[in-house]
Write a protein that binds this ligand. Structure first.
Ligand code: ADP
Length: 584
């Protein structure tokens, strides 16, 4: 089985035929210096010759790289006429790329009408960016009207190398906080927190963030206004300046190739030295910032042309990082070779944070996502899932229970919950936040190994604290809170306040039926007769043989879907039903 991968850039078209399982490239061709608007005819002319060399029927599906998926496309998507139309409509957000991508799709659909075609979006991996990281501080109405928000790009690469890094470390991606640095012609950096992109440096367009080959990356918008007011530059001039004449090329004055810049810098060229310093300083700054965003980091990954090949740049970026527990091993950094392996460690043996170099492989990443998406096209189970609204509640350690209610105190059962073995206790606590308190918050039993307070966004603002979205049990680096039990007994828990990641409990048998696994992220459509239908992305699957099939959302989310909890104070089933569709 082979996947035809088509990657239409603004002035190029790359064709690869890849085995998604082995990564073997069966055939490859790159067509360059294309005129705008010529992608379709160039593919129509060149593709048949490439396909003719293969045994008939060996291409089982086609993957298309699409730069911008807007807010609509949050995962690889099988292309239908409607999907193609939407990709064309998103051209206003990516005027150089989406028209070329769409033209490539049209041409390939005509040549290979009988196999599934899948669009793989550069933006999709970043669909999990939180609102706080996706939002520019301009008036909300204006932002909505013009779709001005941060989307992020290079998502396929960030996801691919984060997965490779986790595999190399022998850990589950969902247990790691990784910073991936894609340093190529275009450059971007991404905070991958427990498998999800939570911050990335490119924004509404691929211009924001790091210094790139010819793009400026971050620049004060005031400087642009100043240039335009000076009368010297038109809108098109500024566009050219920031996208084509800036970055490494603009600073060095000798072009955008880092190899040349490094060579000249070594000979003493001041402009080239400055180019390298600005480039590396910006990456360092973002690594510090993203560590702060995730409340820590477990691995830093370098990838793409510069990241994979330049020991000098890696050295300059990763030196003096002892403050966050990352120590580069200079010998390993110098000698690293990725010829026969996809990832290599360049951190010192005793470095808590691993520093890795990983090969990115966009074609293989697209081929894998395409094969997976095409395989999932089979009709999925239409079984529905009961929805429960999980009101704010608390899980406690036995030690904390005793500190709140007295030595030897045991929680007493008010009533059983739908998940077997769990119960709502008679006991309640008061949550005392920095700003206000919430009384009578139900404790759920039995006691656990970690204290955990699960609240909704509304509660968060009421209490006056900032709780991250987390899967149950993942309380590292979360805010603490004061709990009050009976007789005014108080306990300060140093961490444990979270907004629970919406999730579905199911048994292994359910999982098999839905075609999902523990830890998968899915989309779920929720709604009930007469109410609103709402699709929740980013829903976590949790599988255990003792679980009962049920989706848990919090009160804010329940309100958004116009579902009401019959019984405030604990988990309670509603008549809401959910239908699950696979995510990536
Ligand atoms: P693109 O984003 O165009 O696919 P790549 O990921 O191939 O780009 O990265 C291209 C960049 O990588 C160029 O700036 C090139 O100079 C740089 N590069 C490649 N090899 C080296 C090397 N050995 N040392 C420094 N930079 C390198």
């Amino acid at each position: 089985m082979s996947v035809l991968v088509i990657n239409c850039g603004s002035t190029s078209a790359k064709i690869d035929i890849v085995n998604p399982d082995t990564g073997d490239v069966v055939a490859s061709s790159k067509l360059e210096r294309l005129e705008p608007g010529s992608h379709a005819s160039v593919l129509t002319k060149n593709l048949p010759a490439i396909l003719e060399k293969l045994p008939p029927g060996s291409v089982t599906c086609v993957g298309h790289r699409v730069v911008h998926g807007g807010e609509q496309f949050v995962r690889p998507t099988v292309i239908t006429p409607d999907v193609l139309k939407s990709i064309e409509e998103l051209s206003s957000l990516a005027p150089l790329h989406n028209p070329a991508n769409a033209a490539g799709i049209s041409a390939a659909l005509e040549l290979l009408p009988d196999v599934p075609h899948v669009a793989v979006f550069d933006t999709a991996f970043h669909a999990t960016l939180s609102r706080r990281s996706a939002t520019y501080a301009i008036p909300t109405r204006l932002a909505e009207e013009h779709k001005i928000r941060r989307f992020g790009f290079h998502g396929t690469s960030h996801q691919f190398v984060a997965e490779s890094a986790a595999k190399c470390l022998g850990e589950d991606l969902r247990d790691l906080r990784i910073i991936t640095c894609h340093l190529g012609g275009g450059c971007s950096i991404c905070a991958v927190e427990y498998g999800r992109s939570v911050e990335t440096s490119m924004g509404m367009t691929p211009l924001e963030g790091l210094v790139m080959g010819t793009r400026s990356g971050d620049i004060d918008a005031g400087a642009i206004l100043h240039l335009m007011r000076s009368g010297e530059m038109s809108i098109d001039d500024v566009d050219q300046l920031l996208n084509k004449r800036s970055g490494l090329a603009g600073l060095s004055g000798i072009g955008n190739d880092m190899r040349d810049i490094e060579a000249k810098a070594a000979e003493g060229d001041e402009n080239c030295r400055l180019a390298i310093q600005v480039f590396c300083h910006r990456v360092r700054k973002y690594i510090g910032a993203y560590t702060a965003v995730m409340g820590g980091v477990d691995a830093i990954v370098f990838t793409a042309g510069i990241g994979e090949n330049s020991q000098t740049i890696r050295h300059r970026v990763a030196q003096r990082m002892d403050y966050l527990g990352a120590r580069l091993d200079e010998d390993r950094n110098r000698d690293v070779a990725l010829d026969d392996k996809p990832v290599a460690a360049i951190s010192a043996e005793n470095s808590r944070v691993k520093i890795l170099v990983a090969k990115t492989n966009e074609s293989l990443a697209i081929a894998r996502l395409t094969a997976k998406t095409a395989a999932e096209q089979k009709p999925s189970s239409q079984q529905t899932i009961p929805v429960a609204i999980s009101a704010r509640h608390v899980h406690l350690r036995q030690e904390t229970v005793e500190a709140l209610f007295g030595d030897g105190y045991e929680l007493t059962e008010l009533k059983p919950l739908s998940q077997p073995g769990q119960f709502a206790a008679n006991e309640c606590v008061t949550l005392i936040g920095p700003k206000r308190s919430i009384e009578r918050v139900r404790i759920l039993g039995p006691t656990r190994s970690k204290d955990q307070v699960e609240i909704a966004r509304t509660d968060e603002f009421f209490l006056g604290l900032d709780a991250p979205v987390r899967a149950s049990g993942k309380v590292e680096n979360t805010p603490g809170i004061t709990l009050e039990g009976t007789d005014g007994r108080r306990v300060v828990i140093p961490q444990g306040v979270i907004c629970a990641w919406r999730h579905i409990h199911m048994t292994p048998k359910d999982a098999e039926q839905f075609g999902v696994e523990n830890g998968d992220i899915v989309n779920v459509t929720v709604g009930e007769g007469g109410g609103r239908t709402l699709t929740f992305g980013d829903v976590l699957i949790r599988v255990k043989s003792t679980y009962k099939l049920e989706m848990h959302i919090d009160t804010d989310e329940g309100n958004a879907a116009e579902l009401s909890s019959r019984d405030e104070g604990e988990l309670s089933s509603t008549s809401g039903q959910a239908t699950l569709t696979r995510n990536r």
